[in-house]
Design a protein around this ligand. Sequence first.
Ligand code: SF4
Length: 364
Amino acid sequence: MMVTSVAGVYLSYPFCAQKCTYCNFASGVFPRDLERQYVNSLASELRAHTWQWKPETVYWGGGTPSILETEDLRARMGLIPGRPWAEATLEAAPGTVTPERARACVECGINRVSLGVQSFVENEIRRTGRKHTARTVQDEIAILRDTGISNVNIDLIAGLAGQTESSWRESLDWIERLAPPHVSIYMLEVDEDSRLGNEMLLGGVRYGAAETPGDDATAAFYEAAVARLAAMGIQRYEISNFARPGFESLHNLKYWKLEPYAGFGADAHSFDGRQRRRNPESPREYVEGCPSESMPAHVDEERFYVGLRLSSGVRPDLADWQRFAAPIQRFLDAGLLEAEDGVLRLTGRGVLLSNEVFQEFLIP
Ligand code: SF4
C-alpha cells in the first residue's frame, strides 16, 4: 500500500467522571493517582515516537478527554508535530465545556469538538448515568462558537432506555435548533458487560432495562434520523456519521480509507499501511509498561468492508469481483447491496444489516 503524508494521530484518555450505564469500554472512573501516571506515560510515549509523517489530524478520544487539565492538554499537544493541523478534535462530555477550557483548546490548536450528548431528553439522560440537560448543551455550543470553534459534532444514541418515537423526535428537534455541521447516530447494542446489559439479564428497574427499545424500534429511530437529517442538509457519509458538505470528519475518514495513523495511550491502535499495533487495553497495564501487540494488516480484505461503510462505497477490482462473486450476487439479489458504474455500496436496508454483509467479506 502506498504510504501517504496524510496521517492521523489518536490520543486516548480513558477517564470519565462517571461510568455510563450502557458503556462497555475499558473507560470509566479510576483512582486519581492513576490518572496522573497515565498523563505522564502519554507524554513519554509521544516523546519516544519516531514521526514518519507529518500529522494532518489529531483526535482526542475517550473516555472524557475534556476533563483533562488544560495544562496537561497543552503540553501533550506541544509534543505533536504538524500544527496547524487540518483538523484537531477533542471529545467532550456536556457539562465540562467552560469559556476558559474552550479558550485553552483553541490556544493548543483544537478546532473541532465532538459532544457526547446521546440524548436531549431528561428521562433518557438520567438513565444513562449522565447529568446534563438540553440547556447545558445549548449553552456549551454557544461558548464554543463564541470562542471560534463552530465545527461541532453531536453524538446521539438510538435505542436508549425509555426512548419513544416522540422523545426521539424531541432530540432531533434539538439538532435542528442547534444546527451542528456534523452528527453521529449510533444504534445501541446492549452489551452484557455493561450495567444496563447486566440488568437486562438479571431483571431490574434501576437503569430502565425493561424499557429499552427492541432492535426494530431502534432501527426505525435510526431511519427516522437519516431522513430528518437529510432534510436539514446533513447527509449520511458513513453508517453512523452525517455531515453538511465539507464537514465530514477528516480524521475518522482515515480509518475507513485505510490511511495511516498513530495511536497513543491505553487501547490506542496504530496502522502504518502494513502493520496494525494495539496498546494494552487497561490504563493500569499501560502505565505499567505492558507491551503493545503487533499484527499484519489484511489490507485487501479490510479495504472492502471498511469501504462499504462509506456512502461513496467501494470500487472492487477484478480480483475482488472474482473472489467475492457469490456474496456480492446474493446481497445484490437480496437488495442489501447496489452496484452502479463499477461501484458497490450498501442500500438503506443493507446499512441496517451491515454486520451480516461485512461477515461475508472476511477472507478465511
Ligand atoms: S460512554 Fe463515554 S463517557 Fe460514558 S463511561 Fe463510557 S467512555 Fe465514559
